[in-house]
Design a protein around this ligand. Structure first.
Ligand code: ADP
Length: 573
């Protein structure tokens, strides 16, 4: 894992090296100051060498100016390094998410995935740019201070450094407590976010049922839990800060106490004592940094592991080696003994075979949940059949490239998905490169042009999240317009189940008819009136295809289809 993590530094190795050099120089200046002060007090002051003394002080100011420059570099470019790595990782993750199949999204919640792409990576990147810097600066300063102090007075140095592990252990322990408390706060925050998201997107339902106070109660519970968690966190923070301050003071007292003892017993000079005291100030900061690193490492690595886990999820629907592009499609669609289930043991399609000749229209009818949509989703390989073959113009779809397969199959789903944006952008989604004129042309064919002209900003009207500002019929026709732009030879039309008024229904039907002219079409029909002219009608239920034939044939047969038809239309034929 660590090796993989380090791999992300590779493209930015120059910046990283510069960052480390600056970190080293910062540590060097920190180590220099007490030494120089000692030199000044020991060598220059007793001889009244004013000039040299002030020259040295001037040099110190210059050193601190340089240090400020290095600090700026580390603060700015160090973070920049982090941001670049974050962008790399997020880009990689997003690209990966695009390759994952329907099945993956059936099982994973959107909010959860979002938090992985956004929050987890944030912590990974904090580690990525603070981690090496913190460890480097701290170790150099601590070791440097130790070595210097050893040369001045080794006994005193050992005494003081005996305290360092105690301080480190204390900070690590308290940090852990603080970290646990902060994790709780994060969880509760996520809970609140989820509550707010769900309540706000469901606000129309809440109002319709007059359940505002129920929503409020639900929210208050989460809000209280958050408050309690935050209280716990601040308690831990209070203990940590008080403890750190205590140890700072303790170190200072220890230096004077042990140092005083050495002065009395061994004749240590007061200047050396002062130098020791200055070094204590220098290495408390690295201790804080080190303990900070320990925490960051745990959290960041956990985030990195989750990131890698997500990257490791491989799509089982990919181009086979040597896959061919589907070209010059006539549109002959054949299914041979196809069996499929979403979850093992619960079969949805069993041994289904069908043949739709190029340019013909086949209608799928049957009870809801019978597997009509599922069957259609197998053709563009949204899901993979467990066994059996699907052939287009005689070519097995498993031997074709996914991109070319999907480019040749167009689908109008019941739930039309519109992206937050304008009507123009949403239609153009059918073919991103289409010109404005082509979009308008497609809208005309889909019988939505006039509706769009009556919208406040015409084609530039914002449709709202998921197209909330449009009617169901309008959304359907927008998705038909998309397909006029895409112009695929094979069509799958999932009729809207929701009741549409007769005018809208007629317009959608006329748009559907125009669209399917000259294309192989599979219609999932809910209103049987619309499919009387279909070349073939297939009756599907949980057991597979039960009947097939034209409307007249099936009526004459007086089986399942005829029964369904009579339920919809009473006795008439
Ligand atoms: P129809 O289109 O005929 O109404 P579907 O193909 O939508 O039927 O559904 C067939 C069966 O598969 C139903 O029992 C349904 O609950 C189940 N199903 C549909 N989609 C999924 C899915 N993504 N994951 C698991 N089961 C599903």
């Amino acid at each position: 894992m660590l090796k993989k993590f380090i791999g992300y530094y590779r493209p930015h190795v120059g910046l990283f090296a510069a960052d480390m050099v600056c970190a080293l120089l910062i540590a060097a200046v920190d180590l220099l100051f007490p030494m120089v002060s000692r030199y000044a007090m020991q060598e220059l002051l007793p001889h009244n060498s004013y000039l040299t003394f002030f020259a040295v002080m001037g040099a110190l100011v210059a050193a601190y100016l340089l240090r400020a420059g290095f600090q700026y570099f580390v603060g700015y470019y160090g973070h920049l390094l982090g941001v670049r790595m974050e962008a790399d990782m997020r880009g990689e993750l997003f690209a990966h998410l695009q390759t994952l199949p329907f099945k993956f999204y059936d099982k994973n919640r959107t909010g959860h995935l979002m938090s992985r792409v956004v929050n987890d990576l944030f912590e990974v990147v904090e580690l990525a740019h603070h981690g090496p810097e913190d460890v480097f600066i701290s170790l150099v300063t601590l070791l440097g201070a130790f070595v210097i102090l050893l040369t001045i007075e080794w006994k005193l140095a050992l005494m003081i450094f005996a305290l360092v592990p105690v301080v480190i252990l204390f900070t690590i322990y308290r940090r852990k407590q603080m970290n646990a408390a902060s994790r709780k706060v994060k969880e509760r925050t996520a809970g609140i976010n989820a509550d707010i998201e769900s309540s706000i997107s469901g606000v129309r339902v809440a109002k319709a049922f007059g359940n505002e106070s129920y929503e409020m109660e639900k929210f208050n519970e989460g809000n209280d839990r958050y408050r309690v968690a935050k209280k716990g966190f601040y308690r831990q923070m209070g203990i940590f800060q008080a403890g750190m301050d205590f140890f700072t003071s303790l170190m200072n007292v220890a230096v004077i106490a042990f140092g005083g003892l050495m002065i009395m017993l061994e004749g240590l000079s007061t200047i050396d004592l002062l130098t020791f005291s200055l070094y204590v100030g220098t290495f408390l900061q690295p201790i804080r940094r080190l303990s900070n690193f320990v925490e960051q490492y745990t959290v960041g690595m956990a985030g990195f592991v989750r990131f890698q886990e997500l990257l490791a999820v491989k799509s089982d629907i990919t181009d086979a080696p040597g896959a061919q592009a589907l070209r010059n499609v006539r549109g002959d669609v054949r299914m041979e003994h196809v069996t499929f289930s979403y979850d093992e043991g619960v079969s949805v399609l069993r041994d289904v075979s069908l043949h739709v000749r190029a340019g013909q229209t086949a209608a799928l009818v049957g009870p809801s949940g019978g597997g009509k949509s599922t069957l259609c989703h197998l053709i563009p390989r949204f899901y993979e059949a467990d066994s059996g073959d699907i052939l287009i113009d005689g070519q097995n779809i498993r031997t074709l490239t996914l991109a070319s397969l999907r480019a040749n199959v167009g689908i109008v789903q019941q739930d039309v998905w519109l992206f937050a944006g304008t009507v123009m952008e949403n239609i153009r989604y059918g073919r991103i490169t289409a010109t404005d004129d082509e979009v308008v042309e497609a809208a005309k064919k889909a019988e939505i042009h006039e509706d769009i002209l009556t919208m406040p900003n015409g084609y530039q009207t914002y449709v709202g999240e998921r197209g909330i500002m449009l009617s169901g019929g309008q959304k359907q026709r927008i998705s038909i317009a998309r397909l006029f732009l895409k112009n695929p030879p094979i069509l799958i039309l999932d009729e809207a189940t929701s009741a549409l008024d007769t005018v809208t229904e007629a317009r959608i039907q006329s748009a559907f008819d125009k669209l399917s002219a000259g294309r192989t079409t599979l219609v999932i029909a809910h209103r049987l009136s619309t499919i009387r002219g279909a070349d073939e009608i297939l009756y599907i239920d949980g057991q597979g295809i039960r009947e097939s034939g034209t409307h007249d044939e099936l009526m004459a047969k007086n089986g399942l289809y005829a029964q369904l038809y009579r339920v919809q239309f009473g006795g008439e034929k």
